[in-house]
Ligand binder design. Sequence first.
Ligand code: SF4
Ligand code: SF4
Length: 365
Amino acid sequence: MIYRPYGRTGKDVSTIGFGAMRFGDVDNVDACTEMVVHAAERGITYFDTAPKYFGTRSEERIGEGLRELRRREMPYYLSSKTFESTESGIRREIEAQLKRLDVDAIDFYHMWCITDLAGWHERKKNGVIEAFLKLKEEGLIRHVCVSSHLIGDEIKELLDEDVFEGVLFGYSAYNYRTRVAAFDAIKRKNLGCVVMNPLGGGLIPQNPDMFNFIRTDENETIVQAALRFLIAHQEITVSLVGFGEKSHIDEAVEAVENFAPLGGPELEKIKAAGSTSFEGICTGCQYCLGSCPEEIRIPQLMDAYNQLILRGENELIGRLKYHWHVPFDEAAKCIECGRCEDACTQHLNIIERLAEIVEIGARAE
Ligand code: SF4
Ligand code: SF4
């Protein structure tokens, strides 16, 4: 395992992190604890959870796993998050989290999911920074962090806040062009940098041929190549992987252990080989869920649109008809209110895409 300094905190953490949002059987307490222990045995020390993964069960399972790590005197760092922005809301949330996680403090605590600057200014107005600093002063959290889906100059503005010690954002072999500005800010401010969604919401393993450009060793799997691509970025402290079973942990750890690290020039070569057409892909994060007054199934429709980008019209048609069973005329119900676009973490032009799907549907019928 490789360990890297988390910004200026003085802590070294494992470069592969345990993302606790994909437990195969979250209700099986023993199996989840075993996964946490297995990860620690393979050298993972960074464990990331959140209050809404599987309801509150992800935090509960991580709490039980960490209790076992303490019993075995194995090292770990804990990361979690909150959407709350008022002092009373944050206090209520963290008290419940500390109980579920069975710890006295959370190492890396994130202001969760900043999707636009207006929302960030609103949270600031509510006193989120002061509330986090108070928790730190009281020893309930150790480091103030932020999780963001902003891109370009917006993320620069967010990270210019002096309060942050680390940042978490989505980054992978298909969206790297939209995140370059973040790395400038991270280097300048010496922040810890954790990236999530390293497999592009499953798109990379589902389309290994298209992502072949990230492979530098014929023995590595596409998952390992995708992770090695991330680890080659010296600015990235931790790449979070959502583990569903123990074998996923082994596969990720082997990406670090069994292959020679990529050098800077090799990384640049891979980036240059990547097609710009991978930009604008829906990651399946589902943050748009519930935003549509017409109850249009946006994640399913945008997933099908991914197929259009990656494989062409017939794949879109097949995906909607046979995989999702969503009729084309569902896209035609759009009243262009824009709520889904405001919620979309990837800033996709959903309205235009829905119109295009309607046209394709008309042609197909
Ligand atoms: S823009 Fe269309 S798809 Fe998006 S929330 Fe509004 S009605 Fe729904
Ligand atoms: S449309 Fe946007 S918010 Fe919705 S699942 Fe896709 S990337 Fe996420």
